[in-house]
Design a protein around this ligand. Structure first.
Ligand SMILES: Cc1ncc(COP(=O)(O)O)c(C=O)c1O
Length: 383
């Protein structure tokens, strides 16, 4: 029998039972507005504050430094635009990297239209930024450095503590997009040394539409939504109690999963299986060791990733190669890493999660063998 196999946990995760359970009373009994001082509002307010404490517990910060947002994109937008608008008197220069998520790249592009100067740093073959490049790029006018904690496509973990030390020495606020790391590897704000850190709820077994932004006390930042004084005046609007409690419970649960040794062992066995089957015809994208424990981005050399996946309709995985008008475009992340197009066109990202089993991976391997071997070799006209 052919099962449906989910290997796309970097795209989104199922809601964990703890988060679902935490939400139930707020779907049924507790409908009050957290700002109301009466019996209906108080449980809602208490629940939001408990959830804030749970998020802070995972990040190792004070609850007052956590702002709830609608997800990773909003957190990045708040951090980047908020710091830019609040520091215009000091400068206009932002430093970022070539492998950021569009939720970072596009706010920077937007700010360029408002006069920002953006330096995009290159990465090496593994997708890693060199901290000395960051140091060299800093000028008197630099007001923000934003470097992701780990890349969503290839899983490479950036040298955040080294970069934060440089940023701190220069007195420049430092933001990291931790959408892919929170709950997978330690994302402790003191260990990382960051001033701002983005969390995406649906990557950490909470629902879609909720996230958080850590803002170190004392960081100069403009509110993201202007209005009443919610979220300590940083994001106006009645709190999304239902989703905040879910994120809190998910963060609490995530504490026992950080490091993911079992998932990493499965991922490595899966890679051994691929190498055993395809030998040199399968290559790895991303850093061999400094990489998210659940992520495996593999090139099926001479094939097109999207076509490999089309032949595996019951296996959910991702490919960064996009088809445009009959030709295949290499993922910008792989292009920035200098992956040769003949390899990178065949990239498929497998991302494992809490429910992944070896039986599923073995079945996926068998299906991949069939898919890759029956596909025509990618032709030159598609490159
Ligand atoms: C690294 C990274 N940053 C930001 C985001 C955006 O998060 P959200 O979907 O919660 O807006 C994602 C989602 O894929 C991501 O992987």
């Amino acid at each position: 029998m052919s099962h449906r196999i989910y290997l796309d946990y970097n795209a989104s995760t199922p809601i964990c039972p703890e988060a679902a359970e935490a939400m139930w009373p707020f779907l049924t009994d507790h409908y009050g507005n957290p700002s109301s001082l009466h019996w209906a509002g108080m449980p809602a307010k208490d629940a939001v504050e408990k959830a804030r404490g749970q998020v802070a517990g995972l990040l190792g910060c004070d609850p007052t430094e956590v702002v709830f947002t609608s997800g990773g994109s909003e957190s990045n937008n708040h951090a980047i635009k908020g710091v830019f608008f609040a520091n215009r008197d000091r400068g206009d220069h932002i430093i970022t990297t070539a492998v950021e998520h569009p939720a970072t790249i596009n706010p920077c592009r937007f700010l360029e239209m408002l006069g920002a100067k953006v330096t995009v740093l290159p990465v090496d073959r593994f997708g890693m930024v060199d901290p000395t490049d960051v140091r060299k790029a800093i000028t008197q006018r630099t007001i923000l450095i934003t470097v992701m904690h780990a890349n969503n496509e290839v899983g490479t973990i950036e040298p955040i503590p080294e970069i934060s030390a440089i940023a701190r020495e220069a007195g420049v606020p430092f933001h990291t997009d931790a959408a892919q790391t929170v709950g997978k590897i330690p994302a402790d704000v003191e260990g990382l040394g960051v001033d701002l850190l983005s969390v995406a709820g649906h990557k950490v077994y909470a629902p879609k539409g909720i996230g958080a932004l850590y803002i170190r006390e004392g960081t100069k930042i403009e509110p993201f939504v202007h209005g009443a004084g919610h979220e300590a005046g940083r994001r106006a609007g009645t709190e999304n109690v239902l989703l905040a409690v879910a994120l809190g419970a998910a963060c609490d649960t995530a504490r026992k999963w950080v490091g993911m040794p079992q998932i990493k062992a499965l991922r490595d066995r899966f890679w051994d299986g691929l190498r055993g089957m395809f030998g040199e015809k399968v290559t790895l994208n991303g850093h061999p060791t400094a990489r998210l424990p659940n992520t495996l981005n593999a090139n099926f050399v001479g094939r097109v990733g999207a076509e490999v996946l089309v032949k595996l309709p019951r296996v959910a995985a991702s490919t960064g190669s996009a088809c445009h008008a009959g030709s295949v475009i290499l993922s910008p992340v792989l292009a920035a890493m200098g992956v040769p197009p003949g390899e990178g066109m065949g990239a498929v990202r497998f991302s494992l999660g809490r429910a992944t089993t070896w039986d599923e991976l073995e079945e996926a391997l068998a299906k991949l063998k069939f898919s890759v071997e029956t596909l025509e070799v990618d032709r030159g006209d598609r490159r």
